[in-house]
Design a protein. Structure first.
Length: 261
């Protein structure tokens, strides 16, 4: 192989590695951004690279459910004209995230666990106490076990929310309210508990518009074999979807879109 051919091969390989693919939050068709080869592109720049006609694989929390075609990005209009949306055809009847990347974004299947397990009830209680909530009323909404980085060892994701409300998320928070998603994993031979995202209210607040956080999907969104965590959050007049990298030392937000009054 000549030096010129070798250099051309390296350039082409680098270009392929740098290619990114759009990611869509299915419920409203919001363009979250794009990912590929460890690179992340936010919505505004990702929209410039989407031409329409791309094929997207549809995913729920635990399975891939089909393939759809996406249109060109367009304004979501009111109440959030700044957000870009993509129409998916045929319109999905279900699904959480649509990924245009050619790889399998669900290389390992998340396993839902019993939310009443004492070990996790205690873990959440201890975590909330550390956030200043005394005698917390633990209300776990979801526990998911998954090998995030493919090393053969499972991590555990826990979502917990208690706003002491029967009618959804209130406009204010009672004392001791909270909503969070935490990650439990073994670091240096010991179990470490880290916050991915959340809100805590040791004292009551009025019209603070608290959010409820929930695990919506766990997917490899950039094709590197490591899985990102997608969280939905909602308050009384809107909500957001965000993507987090959780395989480093600390969870890190990569992408986010939101809409609200």
């Amino acid at each position: 192989m000549s030096l010129r051919t070798a250099l051309l091969t390296l350039v082409l390989a680098a270009a392929a590695h740098a290619e990114t693919f759009p990611i869509v939050a299915v419920e409203h068709g919001f363009l979250l951004g794009a990912g590929g080869g460890g690179k992340w592109v936010k919505m505004e720049d990702a929209a410039k690279t989407v031409h329409g006609g791309e094929q997207y694989h549809l995913y729920t929390l635990t399975e891939q459910i089909g393939v759809v075609k996406g249109g060109k990005p367009h304004s979501f209009e009111e109440p959030c004209p700044e957000q870009q949306a993509i129409n998916l055809t045929p319109k999905p009847k279900s699904g959480v995230i649509a990924v245009a990347g050619p790889w399998n974004a669900l290389p390992r299947i998340p396993k839902l666990q019993d939310t009443t397990q004492p070990v996790y009830q205690k873990a959440v209680a201890d975590f909330l106490t550390g956030k200043g909530i005394h005698n917390p009323k633990v209300k776990i909404t979801k526990i998911v076990r998954i090998d995030l980085d493919g090393d053969g060892e499972d991590e555990v994701l826990i979502s917990a929310t208690n706003y002491f409300s029967k009618d959804g998320v209130p406009s204010g928070a009672q004392q001791g309210s909270y909503s969070c998603v935490i990650l439990r994993r073994v670091v240096g031979g010991k179990v470490d508990t880290q916050l991915i995202d959340g809100e805590f209210y040791p004292k009551a607040t009025t019209f603070s518009a608290p959010n409820a956080y929930e695990i919506s999907a766990i997917l490899d969104l950039d094709g590197d074999g490591k899985m990102e965590v997608i969280l939905d959050s909602g308050y009384y007049e809107g909500g957001a979807t965000a993507v987090y990298s959780v395989t480093g030392k600390k969870p890190r937000q990569l992408l986010i879109i939101g809409c609200g009054a």
